[in-house]
Write a protein that binds this ligand. Structure first.
Ligand code: PRT
Ligand code: ZN
Length: 226
């Protein structure tokens, strides 16, 4: 299989919070997907489309590097990689085709429940654990706060109890995880949803035609969900 084959390649999360909704959206758009396949690549039976099922963290890079044509990913992951690539002077080109109606969450700073937190200034000089160091650093910079950022890929919510940090910056949806870990949400630094992105340099007319056919269907599916 070649990278510049004529089948449209869509990167989506293999298993996680976005996979079911991503799959349901594509199915509602008329793509016949063999859901039993546990493989990296799922061929769509009735259209010239392949689904690449990967970790969500890999999706923005696959699109930015032009290896996949489209991707469905959370804005939090997309923005974090964009910031990283800007800092590292690497290309981070992509186009957001549409925001989707799932995957909603917020990236928030949380501190121990018993703390008398007043304002963002209370974060000065502290250590904050997060999986999103660049989004957090941007926020701290914008607010003129000096804090040490520690990157953890998982279990961020236990960092204060483990003595690794005195605050965290993590994704929140219901707030139950923070509550269960004796933490309270004090600042929302980013609001995220899933988005459909396209690689910038996509020029093949057959692929662009397919995308032009898909977009109104996606809009229709979202309208029906309202
Ligand atoms: O294996 P892979 O790397 O693909 O998956 P992952 O474990 O990295 O990601 P996954 O499946 O957990 O999340 C994928 C995407 O879903 C995220 O990047 C967000 O865009 C979106 N999303 C929406 C969330 C949440 N809501 C969410 N609540 N991602 C994570 N959480 C976690 C959060 O980190 C915390 O641990 O859920 C917990 C908080 O939830 P509440 O309801 O207790 O507040
Ligand atoms: Zn991930």
């Amino acid at each position: 299989m070649t990278v510049d084959g004529k089948r449209l390649r869509i990167a989506m999360q293999k298993s996680g919070r976005l996979s079911q909704d991503s799959q349901a959206l594509l199915t509602s758009c008329g793509l016949k997907i063999n859901l039993r396949e546990q493989r990296l690549i799922a061929h769509v039976e009735n259209m010239e489309i392949d689904l690449l099922r990967v970790r969500d963290d890999d999706i923005p890079g696959l699109v930015m590097d032009g290896v996949c044509d489209l991707g469905i990913v959370g804005e939090n992951v997309l923005e974090e990689l964009s910031l990283q690539r800007q800092i590292d002077n690497e290309p981070y080109n992509y186009q957001v085709l549409t925001r989707l109606d799932f995957g909603g969450c917020r990236l928030s700073i949380a501190v121990p429940q018993e703390e008398n937190y007043q304002s963002v200034k209370d974060l000065e000089g502290r250590t904050i654990a997060t999986t999103y160091p660049r989004l957090l650093n941007r926020y701290l910079k914008q607010n003129g706060v000096n804090a040490r950022v520690v990157t953890l890929k998982g279990s961020v919510e236990v960092a204060p109890r483990a003595g690794l940090a005195s605050a965290i910056c993590d994704l929140v949806s219901t707030g139950a995880t923070l509550e269960a870990n004796g933490l309270k949400e004090v600042e929302v630094i980013y609001r995220s949803k899933a988005v459909l992105i396209q690689r910038r340099d996509l020029a093949e007319s057959n692929k662009l035609n397919m995308i032009n056919k898909l977009m109104p269907r996606i809009a229709g599916v979202m309208q029906a969900n309202e």
